[in-house]
Design a protein around this ligand. Structure first.
Ligand SMILES: NS(=O)(=O)c1c(F)cccc1F
Ligand SMILES: [Zn+2]
Length: 262
């Protein structure tokens, strides 16, 4: 439903960055400075309602793996927090490094996490399709959750077990009845929020970012399976392991990052 088949240069897994996105005033990712973020008491609690029956498939798009949801109805939604409208979940994916020292796209006071989860939602009150919303400034809402190495994440394991089936670029496998709320931290009402962009092409400035303060814990072995995926398709000669699929950090350009907590 929302798999934006963007063309990424095969020359280098970390696609050649355009120097500046034309008029890029609100690009992502960024470093979140805790002491510079502003507590906003008007931020509401986040409300997620995810129906596992809308989970459809896992797809390796040559940059990450996406777990895609049926977003043709209002069964899996996000509202509240900084959002004025109701947003539909269309997919979630991750960004990670080649080792546990780095991998996240956002950082907190320059602290790097080994990986970051993005739950991508689009504004279904204002637009009819993800593809329409992705070019609008209030089109998308992405929940970011940091991953840290610790105990095995039981809920993630079902996803990890399916990854070998999508090892190569453009492979798809059916994947159903997965409740993404199991990937949220206990306290979803401690978050930072700011106006940003997609971190992959088309890099459009359409995203209200909602970054969770509390990371989730996954095991070293679970992260290692992420790194067993490939950027390259089965036909290609040289196989390139899918690692370091994060974008370089972008200038804040005067933006304010708000926090829901003091
Ligand atoms: N990384 S990200 O969350 O900005 C993102 C989106 F929001 C939408 C599509 C692809 C993608 F990668
Ligand atoms: Zn992402």
């Amino acid at each position: 439903a929302c798999s934006s088949r963007v063309v990424l240069s095969q020359m280098h897994p970390m696609w050649q960055e355009p120097l500046e996105v034309p008029g890029g005033e609100r690009q992502s990712p960024i470093d979140i400075s805790m002491r510079k973020s502003i507590f906003d008491p008007n931020l509401k609690p986040l409300v997620t309602q995810y129906d596992p029956r809308t989970c459809q498939q896992i797809w390796n798009n040559g940059y990450s793996f996406l777990v895609e949801y049926d977003d043709t109805t209002d069964k899996s939604t996000l509202r509240g927090g900084p959002l004025e409208d109701q947003f539909r979940l269309c997919q979630f994916h991750f960004h990670w490094g080649e080792n546990n020292s780095w991998g996240s796209e956002h950082t907190v006071d320059r602290h790097l996490y080994p990986a970051e989860l993005h739950l991508v939602h689009w504004n279904a009150d204002k637009y009819a399709l993800f593809e329409e919303a992705v070019v609008e400034e209030n089109g998308l809402a992405v929940i970011g959750v940091f991953l840290k190495v610790g105990k095995t994440h039981e809920g993630l394991q079902k996803l990890v077990d399916a990854l070998p089936a999508v090892r190569h670029k453009d492979s798809v496998v059916e994947f159903t009845k997965f409740d993404p709320s199991c990937l949220l931290p206990e306290s979803i009402n401690e978050y930072w929020t700011y106006a940003g962009s997609l971190t992959t092409p088309p890099l459009t400035e359409a995203v209200t970012w909602i970054i969770m303060k509390q990371p989730i814990e996954v095991s070293h072995d679970q992260l290692a399976v992420f790194r067993s995926l490939l950027f390259t398709s089965a036909e290609e000669e040289a196989q390139k392991s899918m690692v370091n699929n994060f974008r370089v950090q972008q200038p804040l350009k005067g933006r304010t990052v708000r926090s829901s907590f003091t």
